[in-house]
Design a protein around this ligand. Structure first.
Ligand code: ACO
Length: 506
């Protein structure tokens, strides 16, 4: 029998009155472990209050004990019938960017259903929808199956394998998450130790690349130099096309590339400052070692962990442009270095990984809190993008941004307070000037703040992003190589109708 909303809804729905305080509503949500309360009057549905409304209310610094639910709820919400088919309910929620809807039978409230409830059973996109005319930017098109991870933009959730990436960043080390991606499982302590050793053994630069870096380092940005260095690495180590090697050889190459990228980048940074590169230290984890090789100082545990968490959060993120690029190149059978070089190129664009230093440049240009509104309003009015805001997939808060905001707050300092103020202003101005576009901070906004506070120079922001993301790219390369089919889409020709006579030579 077909699943209908009644089978999935939470019932009875938790309710409150519009005169109740936000604190009371939050308590109800927490007590029931749910993300919304339905607001009723004389048992009729008059509104719905969600976690998102609570967050908005909190952002205004209001007093949750005094603010009434009626002020923050969505009034007269759309409702679903308990007999509605799941796919129809799914379309209704996603089309309007709702995450919770009351379920009403006749006039009676019988439950509440959330996007998460529907997620488990509704196919997010039927494959047939993806088969013909793809929308611009391939938005929403499913182009492959993956077990690496996924992003659920409507929910503000992303995961690596079966674990929430945020939980992993909170609880595990970078190397353990790396192990999870490469081997498909989190390591036990023995496997974790062995994996760390395997990584450490591969951190040192091969001699040809090492001797070339002083020549390359001043010739472009650190990311440009990395792109060239990875190309040299693959050549020097004799990496063969993925099509000609087995999974073990490819995994070994992937370990090398991920271990060596931080060493390359730190060396490039120091050479650009006319300092000697620093050898990696086996007693330091990846993030601490990276900071050590950059600065020559062993970082404080607080700074090392902040950067480690940033690096965990940016390891992978669905079929973003650079990951897709890496898979397209792999699908031709090319080698791992070729796929990584292409991915670095894609990452370098400001619409992808090139934003964090620009977000910080913007904070500098704004200067003081009182100038934020006029600056942002003027920028948006003249068609500029506010760097660190907006996302193709997230139409709610980017969970990486929320996490990094809390990391930034734990680090403290005036820049953090200033960025919070600019964030609030920008969200308001964007919702005023770009209504309905759902523009919030993306990972890049607080990434810049965290990296700056931990002593990473601006030109190393996107390269630091690349250190973690190399693991995501490599994992996708391995997955693509293991079930490969050449990726070769089509385009619709829209030029002058052919065939036309070739004009004779004048
Ligand atoms: N500032 C102002 N307006 C914006 C912004 C922004 N940051 N982002 C989107 N918009 C507006 C667009 O102008 C457009 O408005 P319109 O409907 O009036 O034309 C609307 O929102 C939709 O924009 P699109 O470009 O269609 O959205 P898309 O999904 O293609 O873009 C992107 C996503 C590229 C990230 C965009 O939000 C952006 O340019 N942000 C700024 C750059 C940035 O922060 N990049 C880092 C991304 S995170 C990462 O890759 C790791």
């Amino acid at each position: 029998m077909e699943t209908v909303v009644r089978d999935l809804m939470t019932s009875p729905a938790i309710t409150c009155a519009s005169s109740d305080s936000l604190t009371e509503a939050a308590r109800l949500m927490q007590g029931a472990g749910i993300g919304s309360v339905v607001v009723t009057e004389r048992s009729k549905v008059v509104g719905i209050l969600t976690e998102r409304d609570l967050l908005r209310a909190l952002a205004t610094d209001g007093d949750a004990d005094c603010e009434a639910v009626g002020l923050w709820m969505t009034a007269r919400p759309d409702v679903l019938s308990p007999n509605e088919r799941v796919d129809a309910a799914w379309s209704s929620l996603t089309a309007h960017h709702y995450r919770h809807l009351p379920v009403v039978s006749g006039d009676d409230l019988v439950g509440v259903v959330s996007l998460r409830d529907l997620m488990g059973v509704a196919r997010i996109r039927p494959a047939a929808e993806a088969s013909v005319d793809a929308p611009g930017g391939l938005e929403g098109v499913v182009v492959a199956e993956t077990s690496v991870g996924d992003v659920r933009g409507q929910e503000g959730f992303f995961h690596y394998r079966q674990f929430s990436a945020i939980d992993l960043a909170e609880q595990r080390s970078f190397e353990d998450v790396w192990h999870l991606l490469f081997r498909g499982e989190l390591p036990d302590p023995a496997a974790s130790g062995a994996f760390r050793e395997a990584v450490c053994r591969r951190r040192t630069l091969p001699p040809g690349l090492s001797s070339l870096l002083p020549v390359l380092a001043p010739l472009g940005t650190p990311l440009d130099v990395l792109r060239t260095a990875v190309s040299v690495l693959g050549g020097e180590l004799g990496w063969r096309p993925t099509r000609d090697i087995g999974p073990d050889e490819l995994e070994d190459q992937a370990l090398v590339i991920c271990a060596v990228v931080p060493t390359i980048l730190a060396a490039v940074h120091r050479l650009r400052e006319e300092k000697d590169p620093i050898e990696p230290r086996d007693d330091l984890g990846c993030a601490a070692n990276f900071l050590f090789m950059l600065t020559g100082q062993v970082p404080t545990p607080l700074h090392a962990r902040a950067i480690e968490q940033y690096m965990i959060l940016t390891i992978d993120h669905g079929f973003n442009a650079s990951t897709f690029t890496a898979r397209v190149v792999t699908s031709t059978g090319a080698d791992l270095a070729a796929a990584t070089v292409a991915a670095i190129g894609a990452l370098s664009g400001p619409l992808h990984g090139g934003a964090p230093s620009r977000a910080l440049d913007m904070l500098d240009a704004i200067g003081t809190e009182d100038r934020a509104e006029s600056y942002i309003r003027h920028a948006v009015e003249q068609g500029d993008r506010i760097m660190g805001f907006g996302h193709r997939v997230y139409k709610t808060d980017d969970p990486r941004s929320l996490f990094l905001r809390s990391v930034a707050e734990s680090l403290g300092g005036p820049l953090v307070e200033f960025s919070r103020a600019v964030e609030r202003t920008a969200v308001d101005v964007l919702s005023d000037l770009k209504p309905g576009r759902q523009l919030y901070t993306n990972v890049e906004f607080y990434a810049g703040v965290v990296m700056h506070t931990c002593g990473i120079p601006r030109e190393m922001f996107t390269p630091t992003f690349a250190t973690g993301r190399t693991i995501g790219w490599s994992t996708h390369v391995m997955e693509q190589a293991s079930h490969n089919r050449l990726i070769r889409p089509s385009a619709r020709y829209v030029g002058p109708p052919p065939p036309q006579r070739v004009p004779a030579q004048p």
